[in-house]
Design a binder for this molecule. Structure first.
Ligand code: ZN
Length: 223
């Protein structure tokens, strides 16, 4: 029996996936958050994920995928590799983890199918994709078709942020009534500082610019 009352959210504890978690909460009576330990440099990311799910009463599972770090060393898992501050001329930035979204969604799909769940939610966005090929819509659609064929099952991968930039993602968080939760309790910073972060890494800059633009927009709207 397929259960359309439940969804599995791929959940890192960052801005995007936390927004997706609350997006799913509005639509499904039951939401399960699924996180992955892939040896990320900043273990605080998993602490944030644990704290958010605990506080807001989500079922939460963390799967061990540390093998990914051994196979695909990158600046998010290896302290000796400095994070690229600008996108390289060609190829992917060194914060890109080869195969990460494919592996996460594949494990998420296996996990969901065991529970009779078809709906998966991921916070990838093509608008702010930062050169990550596995954040693009064409990849998600392709993987959805592949997973259906692989498991003879009708998965439904939802990407509520696909066409939103960071400003619009803040607007969505506000609409969902969780702007402060996202602002104060999530971790996006490559230097492992929750909330507003270090302010200087590419992830912080993108997040901050979006937040400021959103705040500006609503303050003009209120005049
Ligand atoms: Zn930062």
């Amino acid at each position: 029996m397929k259960d359309k009352e439940k969804a599995v959210v791929i959940f890192s504890g960052g801005q995007d996936s936390t927004t997706c978690l609350f997006w799913a909460k509005k639509r499904y009576p039951e939401v399960i958050a699924l996180s992955f330990d892939y040896g990320q440099r900043h273990r605080k990311e998993l602490d944030c994920a644990r704290a958010i799910t605990k506080e807001y009463g989500f079922e939460h599972h963390i799967l061990d995928l540390r093998l990914l770090n051994e196979l695909a060393p990158n600046s998010l898992t290896r302290p000796e590799i400095a994070v690229d501050t600008d996108a390289p001329e060609t190829g992917t930035p060194n914060s890109f983890v080869d195969g990460r979204n494919m592996v996460f969604l594949t494990y998420g799909a296996i996990f969901a199918k065991q529970r009779g769940i078809t709906d998966l939610v991921t916070g990838v966005s093509q608008s702010d994709f930062s050169g990550y090929p596995d954040c693009r819509d064409v990849f998600i659609k392709s993987l959805n078709a592949t997973l259906n064929l692989a498991m003879d099952y009708e998965f439904d991968i939802h990407t509520p942020l696909m066409w939103l930039d960071k400003e619009e993602t803040w607007a969505l968080a506000d609409e969902l009534g969780v702007l402060e939760v996202i602002r104060d309790k999530t971790l996006t910073c490559y230097n492992g500082i929750p909330g507003a972060g270090c302010g200087n890494c590419p992830a912080c800059k993108l997040r901050k610019r979006g937040y400021e633009r959103y705040k500006e927009r609503i303050s003009y709207g209120n005049q």
